[in-house]
Ligand binder design. Sequence first.
Ligand code: BDR
Ligand code: CA
Length: 311
Amino acid sequence: VKKIILDCDPGHDDALAMTLAVANPAIDLVAVTTSAGNQTPDKTLNNALRMLTLLKRPDIPVAAGAQVPLVKPLETAPEVHGETGLDGADLPEPGFLPQSLPAIELMARVLQESTEKVTLVVTGPMTNAALFLRTYPDLAREKIDQIVFMGGAMGLGNWQPSVEFNIFVDPEAAKIVLNFGLPLVMVPLNVTHQAQITKPEINEIAQLDNPVAQAFVGLLNFFERYHEDPKWGFVGAPLHDPCTIAWLINPALFDGVDVNVDVETTGELTRGETVCDYYHLTGKPVNTKLLLKVDRAGFISLVKESLASFG
Ligand code: BDR
Ligand code: CA
């Protein structure tokens, strides 16, 4: 069983990542920390609490992270995730309170108390992760086995031509995390744009008779609408963040390469671009397992089985 801390900005796909983690016995979700990204930090925190209430897991500690990115002003994505950050379903109000300590202190507590190493999964901007690594570098090296993150791309962008949203929001934080020296697994747009869920598949989820699956029908239909714009060329909605958890559960669903990845923080057109050294041109050390392919059918089966498990 893999212990994970999920640092997220829920967010439709973050909520599904959290749900996969709760549903699968291979994963022990030991804490949730929230970042500012898809919505303002008050909303992403509230959404994490609402989701864990829906999932009947008020025992999982939740803590609020940084209010703003390290350097840039905060930019959110209401056009993708709505005004609440989780539009499309009537989620329960939070049935419990967040921890009274900040995200990086909850991370520290969890790691100090753990006898085994913990995986840090980041599905939002990397602000909290960067602050944690800078504040507790020794604890991080001792107790974090790897950082698995959804973010960036090799040669693609979804917010700017070559910039993905999570890295766009806090490029300086991403640069700190990528250059820290812990093993990284990167789930880029190249993979998540393969991990599309189609309308007929959402309709199959509608057949599942449990409140978690029913909530996701509304959430996924809302999320799907943004991706119907023909500019994307999609047949469904890309389930970005759940790919991180799917990789931890079943890495055989993915193919990847071991490369150096760094982040551009000063480019006129490319601030926030992840620079993936596919051909090892720089001689910089390999720091990242860069995932490039996913078995879509296998991934969607995992999503459906996870949602069915709440019945
Ligand atoms: C990422 O941005 C957010 O909108 C999603 O939750 C995901 O983490 C995709 O670019
Ligand atoms: Ca996210």
